[in-house]
Ligand binder design. Structure first.
Ligand code: PLP
Length: 405
């Protein structure tokens, strides 16, 4: 405990009292000083630009499949170093429509990690394909590619690597696997806008990629939204049809489609925000670096950050630590005590996909994916958003250090 006491003292001297967040005036009962996510930091400085863009859509009146959508589709695909972008209703639909457009559906097996947001699984089921879950790696929480290879059967058609928390699954290893088994890769890049690994940008190397623009994602709209990004013109054309009642031209319904389009007004908002994305990611990375440094001494107390094996390309949608059994305080207590001090945390995700009640019919059981199950018990997401200050990060870490010592 000697080391940690010194660390805490040093931090407390330099940082206390914690800088209260300007948005939250002091209250009598547990005010949240540092939220898990704060979107006002990104929106306030560009509010006029956002309002002007929204006004322009109202003036044009092209609310569905309008000009701003076409512009955003081109700009976002280009930012991902890809060719085509097709805006859809949300990230979940992006996964389903990308699979359908690649000709994957009933009777086809699709491999995905058990440790992901349930939307990845929903996308597969919506496409009519059979989901096959696999375990994750302990250190990175990413899909275990050795487990993927073991799960491949004669029916396997696709893999969905999930670039979880902002860190990509290795493109090199994925491409190698896909080539050896002739598989389609649909990247779930919902948490990895502009992430990079081995020289590839998220969304640029798969057969297609699914993005979400849910408000709290690294690039988020003012509601739901998503996009399929691809270099393949046939897949792009097919998703364009599928999202629009399966009609490649008006009133000719050649495909079994649906209605799932990205609203023009959301695209206009996202167009304003896209140029700032790189800087916002940089701010996330800067905060992560400070977390890394300050949390290092807590490793001997069982606090272990999820590892970054992709260097500068991790875009830290979330900053996640593990509270292992070596930690003198359990996760629930730590989370509760942080909350009492006005520090909000999250758990992404408390119950892995295979143990969710709705998916019992898939036949998985407790114990099937031990690493995903253990992680779900240990993980804690710390405050992370562009605009989170170094002082706030220090405040979070000093609070953790004080609680566990
Ligand atoms: C958010 C998310 C999705 C789903 O996106 P929605 O736009 O909410 O439908 C899919 N996969 C992952 C990993 C996500 O984080």
């Amino acid at each position: 405990m000697a080391t940690i006491a010194i660390e805490v003292k040093a931090l407390q001297k330099s940082q206390l009292p914690c800088p209260a967040h300007s948005r939250f005036p002091p209250m009598t009962s547990a005010p949240i000083k540092i939220p898990l996510v704060d979107l006002t930091c990104q929106h306030q400085p560009i509010q006029t630009q956002l309002e002007t863009a929204i006004q322009a859509v109202i003036q044009r009146g092209d609310f569905v499949l309008g000009k701003a959508l076409a512009e955003f589709e081109a700009a976002f695909a280009s930012a991902c170093a890809s060719e085509y972008g097709v805006g859809v209703g949300c990230g979940t639909e992006a996964i389903a429509l990308a699979l359908s457009a690649a000709g994957i559906g009933s009777g086809d097996e699709v491999i995905l990690p058990a440790n992901t947001f349930v939307a990845t699984l929903i996308g597969v089921i919506r496409a009519g394909a059979t989901p096959v879950l696999v375990d994750c790696e302990e250190e990175t929480a990413l899909c275990d590619l050795a487990a993927v290879e073991k799960a491949i059967t004669s029916k396997t058609r696709a893999i969905i690597p999930v670039h979880l928390y902002g860190q990509m699954v290795s493109p090199r290893l994925l491409i190698d696997l896909a080539e050896r088994y002739n598989l389609v890769i649909i990247e779930d890049a919902a948490q990895a806008h502009l992430a990079e690994r081995e020289g590839a940008i998220a969304g640029s190397f798969g057969t297609a990629a699914a993005f979400s623009f849910y408000p709290s994602k690294n690039l988020g709209g003012f509601g739901d939204g998503g996009m399929v990004v691809t270099r393949n013109p046939d897949i792009a054309r097919k998703v364009r049809s599928l999202r629009n009642y399966g009609a490649p031209q008006k009133y000719l319904h050649a495909d079994l489609g649906t209605n799932s389009r990205l609203d023009t007004i959301q695209a206009a908002i996202l167009n304003v925000k896209l140029p700032y994305l790189q800087e916002w990611n940089r701010q996330r990375q800067q905060a992560a670096k400070i977390y890394d440094t300050l949390l290092a001494p807590l490793r001997s107390f069982g606090i272990i950050p999820i590892q970054n094996y992709s260097g500068k390309g991790h875009v830290y949608h979330l900053y996640v630590i593990r509270i292992t059994n070596d930690c003198p305080v359990n996760r629930q207590t730590l989370q509760e005590k942080l909350r009492q001090q006005g520090i909000e945390t999250g758990i992404h995700y408390p119950l892995p996909c295979h143990l969710q009640p709705a998916y019992r019919y898939l036949g998985y059981q407790k114990g099937d994916f031990p690493r995903a199950e253990t992680l779900s018990q240990q993980i804690l997401s710390l405050p992370m958003y562009p605009g989170l200050t170094p002082a706030q990060v220090e405040c979070v870490v000093s609070a953790i250090a004080a609680i566990i010592s």
